[in-house]
Design a protein around this ligand. Structure first.
Ligand SMILES: *Cc1c(COP(=O)(O)O)cnc(C)c1O
Length: 374
């Protein structure tokens, strides 16, 4: 009898449904017979400015050493981060994107008999890594689309090993204030690790916006994750990191792949940290782009979730998949979020002014075609 090899996979893995990435531009161009330049992708929260020139130059210089393994300890990048963040280099763990770090954390600190707590509508990677290691997912109902931190603290049991908090969260864009995060951390037992995922922290502009790194000295069970994929504009290169106590970092560094960040990625990330001007322009473009989108939604009578990230979830109604398809036909790629339990919303990333305009224009046409709105 033929063996069903899928049945040999561990149980959590058998039931996994893979992460759904945004549709690539090249794929839609093929499908529509269009040129890639006519297509706008606002589906993966990428930086619309294009990469920093300093990052490109550093990546190019690194090409001469392609035959060599990268520095497995990422010395230069850790030094730069350490100075910038005011932490020890021994508190930093580098990852192949911060998703890599999130997964390593789960593998190091949770197992088949553990519970992992996260919020409803939270970033899809949390349930994914939880299931992959066979742990029990405890998804806590959201409050006004955001993390209900009181309910999350109350959901912690003696089996809980990890709590994931995305701040701001993707795909909702909701943020919990600095005082709320502190109060939450005060309620979590010291032997339960809290992962504060700050992938969008560079975009936050409010005074009450949290900075997880500043809380590390008071809460040794905290792990803060950040990335170069969003405001720093290096999504293709896959670089992220966590900041934690040295003891936790030591564990994570034992388990991560020894060369998990390429030398090209290390060089570009190290260089981009010197490009403060790029970061500033990324922030400003995002703030004005978000306003442009929100204003258009207001004018179209569409509800949206106010966002602290570089994207916004807009409510287009139960025919959201039709609207998504109609947008594709107009050459605009956004992200359906039905998989997050948000079947009436679409998530759109903030683009350049003309890209946002193309999206808004296509959206009003798509809604009209779907018999709704303007
Ligand atoms: C984009 C994102 C990340 C970062 O992913 P990388 O692997 O660093 O590219 C992490 N967390 C959230 C919530 C995100 O949206």
């Amino acid at each position: 009898m033929a063996i069903d090899y899928q049945s040999l996979a561990v149980k959590g893995v058998q039931a996994l449904s893979p992460y759904q990435p945004g549709k690539p531009i090249s794929e839609l161009a093929r499908e529509l017979g269009l040129d890639s330049s006519e297509i706008v992708k606002l589906a993966s929260n990428e930086n619309p400015l294009g990469p920093s020139k300093k990052a490109i130059a550093a990546a190019e210089s690194a090409l001469t050493d392609l035959c060599l393994y990268p520095d497995g300890n990422g010395f230069d990048l850790k030094q730069k981060l350490s100075t910038r963040l005011g932490v020890g280099a021994d508190q930093i763990t580098l990852g192949n994107g911060s998703n890599d770090v999130l997964e390593v954390i789960a593998r190091c600190f949770a197992g088949a008999d553990s519970e992992i707590v996260f919020s409803q509508y939270a970033f899809a990677v949390y349930p994914l890594v939880t299931q992959a290691i066979g742990a029990k997912a405890v998804a806590v109902p959201a409050r006004a689309w955001g993390h209900d931190l009181d309910a999350m603290a109350a959901a912690v049991t003696e089996h809980t090993r990890l709590v994931f908090v995305a701040n701001p969260n993707n795909p909702t864009g909701t943020v919990n204030s600095s005082s709320a995060i502190e109060a939450f951390l005060g309620k979590i037992p010291e032997d339960v690790l809290v992962v504060l995922d700050e992938a969008y922290c560079e975009y936050m502009v409010g005074e009450e916006d949290p900075d997880g790194v500043s809380l590390l000295t008071r809460f040794p069970n905290l792990i803060v994750c950040r990335t170069f994929s969003k405001a720093w504009g290096l999504a293709a290169l896959r670089v992220g990191y966590s900041v934690s106590s040295p003891a936790i970092a030591d564990i994570l560094n034992r388990v991560r792949q020894p060369f998990n960040v390429s030398s090209v990625a290390l060089a570009a990330a190290t260089a981009v940290l010197d490009d403060e001007d790029y970061l500033q322009r990324s922030r400003e473009a995002n703030t004005s782009g978000l306003k442009q989108l929100e204003l258009a939604f207001d004018q179209m009578g569409l509800r949206y979730i106010p966002s602290s990230g570089n994207f916004v979830a807009v409510e287009v109604g139960p025919q959201a998949m039709d609207v998504y398809q109609a947008l594709l036909a107009h050459g605009v790629i956004v992200r359906p979020v039905a998989g997050y339990g948000m079947p009436n919303h679409l998530r759109v990333s903030v683009g350049l002014p003309e890209q946002n305009e193309q999206f808004i224009d296509a959206l009003s046409k798509a809604l009209a075609a779907a018999g709704q709105g303007a």
